[in-house]
Design a protein. Sequence first.
Length: 600
Amino acid sequence: MPGSAGPNGERLRSCARSAVDSPHNEWEKNAVRGILLTICALGAAPVFAATPVEAPAITITIRPEAANAEGAIPALDLTILAEGIEGGPGTPVVELPIEANTVVTSADDIEGLTARDARGVVILTPTDEATDDSNRTRLWHADRAIEGPLTLRYRVTIDAARPFISRPQYELRTGHESFSGAGNAFLMLPADETARRVTVDWDLSAMAPGATGVSSFGIGDVQSTTPLTPARIASTYYIGGRAGTYRSDSGGFFAGWAGDPPFPTDELMKWAAGLHGFYGEFFGEAASSFGVFARPNPDNPGSGIGLTDSFAFTYGPKSEIDDLRGLLAHEMLHAWVRSLDESMDRPGGLDQSWFGEGLAVHYQRMLPYRAGLIDADAFLDDLNKTAGRYYTNVMIATPNAEIPAGFWRDTRIRVLPYDRGSLYFASLDAKVREASGGKRSLDDMVRAMLAERRAGRPMDEALWRRLLREELGQAGIDDFEAMLAGRTVLPPTDAFGPCFQRTTEPLRRFDLGFDPASLLSDPRAVRGLKAGSEAQKAGLREGDVITNTFSQDGLQADQEAFLTLEVQRGSEKLTIRYQPRGETVDAYQWEKTGAGSCNS
């Protein structure tokens, strides 16, 4: 055809030849040719669609060593076979965080690393890069282009004496004849964004009879249901050895735990499985499988991390099932909502945590309450802990832009995205319901956000602002920007329905009694001890070295909680116990209205 050029022109010429060669009479040829040329000119797909290209594969084989007499697994032998790795000499081909959100991984504990492809040995040279103060990555560069699948073999040692931490529970730990940890702590993965079909194989031949392997993909040897990028694979969890397991009747919900939890695990997991089903119906999207993981941490029980189609939490010797339901409800929410632009767990993404964490806190009580899985008292207890922590927080006016810098340095800043975010969403929900005459709510906005993400479009702040404007006009934008600027958020008295109303109660501010930065120093020597504080009254002195670790986030929410410090003062070891509270302020709380229909 005159004037046509390039691939489109060639397709048109091919169509024309097809028409001319068709086994029809001359009139039919002309008619068919006209139809075919019109279709091709419009860019229609060929009659026979191309066979979809199958995503490359990655196989992860984990072989734990036998547990020693103390119940510790000394090391893991890893074999990772990855297809589709591209790049020339000097190009980074695989990576592993050295530090992920302040948590030190097993990057420095790797031994005997070898790499081979279709041509033979590949020499890998490591370099380290810092993304920010909380994240560093080790990149391995190949000496030549990779041909065919790349096979990595290496050993990771596990330090059984590693102190417990009050940070995200990524790190490899061992004890109770098992090991546990997130993929970003020990899996060397391709340094690209290619989605791959994942297979996890467990070699438990060195372990005692009855050993089990559980990953975010399921119990035992298993494959992913969809291809996953390396970032999503890194955000998976693993427990191997003497592990307890649970599987729902439907098979779509499962759990694995290390150690010996003090609560009835099957009862808790059955409750979580029911809530998981409710979430799937509520959001109109359910993962084909979902996993829950638990491991002991006596210094930081009740900590949780959201993962790919799963989450993990910690428990202590006194953990109770009622206290864990809210945690499970919160972490399970992340499987659906996650974060704006998938940014929350990425370096520099904490300024977006108001969305993912705020929604998770809001829905962790609202949805179980709607589902009939918690009663009004449990709902109020959760709400008032959030409200009490927020309205007594001396850092309440901290702008959102300052959250990333202070998140890991000051617990009072770290909890703001959770507390302020959740109360912002409660307030917004009330305003949308009022503006729409009860026809629309926050739920509709969230579902619209998730629909955009499922369609492959950005789920970002720009989309959020657009939805705000559609629902509330400029007032919605103004409220949002005021929240980000640090203005105190106050939901209306009936924000949580007709059964609850707002009130005030005298509550005490959280106050360690010394500069929180003392806990970041090495050694952790007390600085800035406040005269007249509960800490000083209990006997703490300037310069005392704190030797134990503890979680502060939960302390803030519990007005009755005590803090126990183990301190070194010269050659003397002391235990100091006190309530970390300061001045009393009037704080907003909610209570039952006493309406007849609300007493059930």
